[in-house]
Design a protein around this ligand. Structure first.
Ligand code: ADP
Length: 485
């Protein structure tokens, strides 16, 4: 339970299938804890294959009527859902911090960011235009229309328990798709609160189903079903590969937002104070647990030492603690596994010669807290270079010249976000075009918003979320040739 919620009915602890709040057939449930103090928040149903099948059937049954509504009608319902999310933003933020750990101000920011996708796609719903193609034969007319792909299976991660759901569900609902959503085991309550608000907004039964339970079991069922026409997933590259493989038999459409290993480059001509601000925002948001967090910070030789000092001074002002405590800027890591990975990465870097400037160990608070950490003289041989650390650890590398750093940045199987700071306009275009990533921040450390396309290249994924392009992932193009004119 979360006693401080103003509206206790937002704390839902059953799954939502075909408009009904249900337990698992087995009656089994699993626990959800608060990463800030390890206390029990509650439990939710452990659903498996049969319940997944029923949720798919409900989504299938609801699809024709939802898809047949005029876009303007779907738009109105989505707009209402947006209004309800915003009206309940404080409660949603508190739920989010309770199950996820991030500071309350960041949680509120995520709720508003998450809501913005619902607002945006409520608007875009009305703008899914087709085409009329100039005909090569006078007795024919050639048209293109866009139609919803059908039932969608959505699987979401714990690091953005609200925004990763709305960024998927809102565009799909907007065009007429129906959903079976499986949120991360660590963070089911935001998902259940969102569907409670969707119900209040008037989203019809069966259109948006939420089931909690084991990822692999539910994932397999969603992928194997011929009824499910698309899988949309945010999470690790490893699980993305599994979903892609499992979707091969039924040839599903896929959207995958997978891991990143974002480079963050500071050229000698950069505004260093701005670069420090950007690095802090990019690296330490959500305690370093985002797929677009700066994971490798490359600093050009002449400004390396002064940048290091300025960055260290800022990191020194962080307050670590529970997300609900006043003034906290760095919350806990999600779980023991997350903490162990950060410990391992820092130990590996130190063993291979990195210099520890700040932090470096689990925080004195105990639990899942880790000290904000700064490492210098990091090399490509270290784990922090190759894998996502997903923690509050900034590794600094020294480089000489544009060519060298572009090669270093691109020496990764990932390609989600990259960032660089420079005031040379020619370099801005050269480097932005050369970086192998789906997003590039130039002189900015945070760049995601609902109007812009988010997604990766290489093994960071397929498809785009948000923006006008976010619709494309949920529609099929139909070509219609009308003869005998
Ligand atoms: P993380 O390592 O950040 O938890 P995961 O990729 O493991 O990222 O998890 C993201 C989401 O994928 C979660 O909802 C999780 O339950 C789900 N998941 C994990 N393994 C599988 C799988 N084999 N099939 C389908 N979903 C899975």
């Amino acid at each position: 339970a979360v006693p401080a919620l103003k509206d206790q009915t937002l704390f839902r602890d059953r799954c939502y299938i075909d408009g009904k709040w249900l337990e698992a057939d087995s009656g089994q449930r699993f626990d959800v804890d608060n990463p800030g103090d390890g206390t029990l928040v509650g439990s939710v149903p452990s659903m498996g294959a049969p319940e997944t099948q029923r949720a798919i059937a409900a989504a299938q049954a609801a699809f024709p009527a939802w898809a047949a509504l005029p876009a303007k009608e779907r738009s109105k319902v989505l707009r209402k859902w947006f209004d309800l999310i915003v009206a309940n933003a404080d409660d949603l933020a508190l739920l989010l911090t309770t199950e996820q750990g991030k500071p309350l101000a960041e949680a509120k920011g995520e709720v508003i960011y998450g809501a913005s996708f619902v607002e945006w796609f409520a608007e875009e719903a009305k703008r899914v235009y087709g085409d009329v193609i100039p005909t090569p034969m006078n007795d024919r007319r050639l048209l293109v229309i866009k139609q919803p792909v059908g039932v969608v299976g959505a699987i979401t991660p714990w690091n953005f328990p609200v925004a990763m759901i709305t960024r998927k569900v809102a565009p799909g609902l907007a065009v007429g798709c129906t959903f079976v959503l499986k949120p991360a085991e660590q963070t089911p309550y935001c998902a259940l609160a969102l569907v409670e608000l969707a119900e209040r907004a008037g989203i019809p039964k069966g259109v948006f189903n939420v089931i909690t339970g084991d990822g692999p079991t539910i994932g397999k069922e969603l992928c194997a079903s011929p009824v499910v026409r698309k899988i949309t997933f945010t999470g690790s590259t490893e699980v993305g590969r599994i979903l892609m493989r499992q979707s091969a038999d039924t040839v599903k459409k896929l959207s995958l937002e997978l891991g990143g290993n974002a480079p963050f480059v500071v050229f000698a001509d950069a505004d260093l104070d701005a670069a420090v601000e950007g690095a802090i925002a990019s690296k330490y948001r959500n305690a370093g647990q985002t797929c677009v967090c700066a994971n490798r910070i490359y600093v050009e030789d002449p400004v390396y030492d002064v940048f290091t000092q300025k960055l260290a001074a800022k990191i020194g002002t962080f307050k670590v603690g529970k997300g609900t405590d006043a003034g906290v800027t760095i919350g806990p890591l999600i779980d023991e596994q997350g903490l162990a990975k950060v410990v391992d990465h820092v130990a590996d870097a130190q063993a291979k010669g990195a210099k520890l400037i700040l932090g470096g160990k689990p925080h004195a608070l105990g639990g899942r807290f880790f000290e904000p950490t700064l490492l210098t003289e990091v090399t490509p041989a270290m784990k922090v270079t190759r894998e996502e650390t997903f923690g509050p650890v900034a590794p600094l590398y020294r480089f000489k010249g544009e060519k060298e750093v572009i090669d270093l940045c691109n020496a990764s199987e990932f390609g989600l976000a990259s960032y660089f700071y420079s005031r040379d306009v020619g370099r801005v275009f050269r480097v932005a075009e050369a970086l192998e990533s789906g997003l590039v921040g130039v002189n900015v450390g945070v760049l995601a918003n609902e109007m812009s396309p988010f997604g990766g290249v290489k093994q960071s994924g397929i498809g785009r979320e948000g923006s006008k392009y976010g619709i494309d992932d949920f529609v099929s193009i139909k070509y219609i040739a009308v003869g005998g004119v």
